[in-house]
Design a protein around this ligand. Structure first.
Ligand SMILES: [Fe+2]
Ligand SMILES: [Fe+2]
Length: 336
């Protein structure tokens, strides 16, 4: 549903009493509300899934399913819609506890004056608009946080001239791979952010180590091993990165437990992290860095094949290799 403020509500009414529905339609339409009546709950619930309603009015005692059961089913997929429970008499209404548990915001007795219902609907409109305002503000705040993380990433890139482009490619590979693996939208979003920001912790590593042309000394290598933890710590300040932090912290762990920072193994490594590690390794091999020459795609696939089941997850690596082989033209060798 769009997060625009509403003035006139789109109201679904579920009741098996057709004369009551007709009356509600006439009265509410006088206030320019749009009333969509349903006499049976199954098609009503399906219609609600479209997310195009602002308020739900549901009768309590109905055949074959009572209103509280209808609300229970609605709350499984919609926690936000403003719900008004309606009954012939308050003695025949669900208890306050039952209404609270189902997050029913209001109650209307059919014998009451209809102006009371109009006021209740106005409250529902205010509630819905406030909820949408909060959502819009959260979306804006999340955008600011991601923008700021991008600033940090660009700062790393200013030192290393590699990290931002590498991160973007890792993110692209991860998203392509996530389609092959049929990940859901939430997993894809987490993987996208993890791909973009997995190396953000390099901001805490000194320039002479990050840009060194020769092989790193043992001490320098130990220093660079801190970048996953530094990155996870930076991202942990924002809720939007809650799921991403764990992946960032684990992106150099290995299936055989010889990785860092914690030396965890196998299934202790999160699924999305195993996916990211393959994409990260593939880009590292196919990208020309200052200290090594660019390699061919086939070389990179052979290297991945060598480390499946030691560094990387075997099953996922085989799937990744197949994906690249089937789409060879779209995977390029990058000269940083
Ligand atoms: Fe890394
Ligand atoms: Fe990386």
């Amino acid at each position: 549903m769009e997060n625009k403020p509403i003035e006139k509500a789109r109201i679904m009414v579920i009741d098996d009493d057709i004369s009551m529905m007709d009356m509600l339609s006439i009265i509410l339409s006088k206030y320019n509300h749009i009333v969509v009546p349903f006499t049976e709950p199954v098609s009503a619930i399906e219609a609600l899934k479209s997310g195009s309603f602002d308020i739900l009015i549901v009768n309590y005692l109905m055949s074959p399913v009572n209103g509280d059961r209808v609300v229970e089913l609605v709350r499984e997929f919609d926690k936000e819609i403003y719900i008004i429970m309606m009954s012939v008499h308050k003695d025949l209404a669900p208890s306050i506890d039952a209404m609270t548990n189902l997050d029913i915001q209001s109650y209307f007795e059919k014998s009451s004056r209809f102006d009371q219902l109009i006021l209740t609907i106005q409250s529902g409109i205010k509630y819905t608009n406030q909820l949408r305002n909060i959502k819009n503000m959260n979306i804006q705040l999340e955008k600011y946080v991601v923008d700021f993380a991008n600033v940090l990433l660009k700062t790393v890139d200013a030192k290393d001239n590699y990290t931002a482009a590498h991160s973007k490619r890792v993110c692209e590979y991860a998203l392509r791979f996530s389609d092959v693996l049929n990940l859901d939208n939430k997993q894809k979003e987490t993987l996208k952010l993890a791909g973009l920001f997995h190396d953000i912790g390099k901001i805490g590593i000194s320039d002479n180590i990050l840009t060194k042309n020769d092989t790193l000394t043992d001490d320098e290598y130990e220093t660079i091993k801190y970048h996953p933890t530094i990155g996870a710590n930076i991202l942990s300040v924002a809720d939007i990165f809650e799921d991403v932090c764990e992946i960032v912290n684990c992106h150099h762990e290995r299936i055989d437990s010889k990785g860092y920072p914690n030396g965890i193994s196998g299934n202790d490594i999160p699924y999305l992290c195993k996916i990211l590690s393959i994409c990260d390794s593939f880009d590292a091999i196919t990208t020309k860095r200052s200290y090594k020459e660019v390699k061919t795609i086939q070389f990179a696939l052979d290297e991945l094949n060598k480390v499946k089941d030691t560094q990387l997850d075997k099953d996922l690596t085989e799937k990744f290799i197949n994906m690249v082989k089937e789409n060879l033209d779209s995977f390029i060798i990058t000269d940083k």
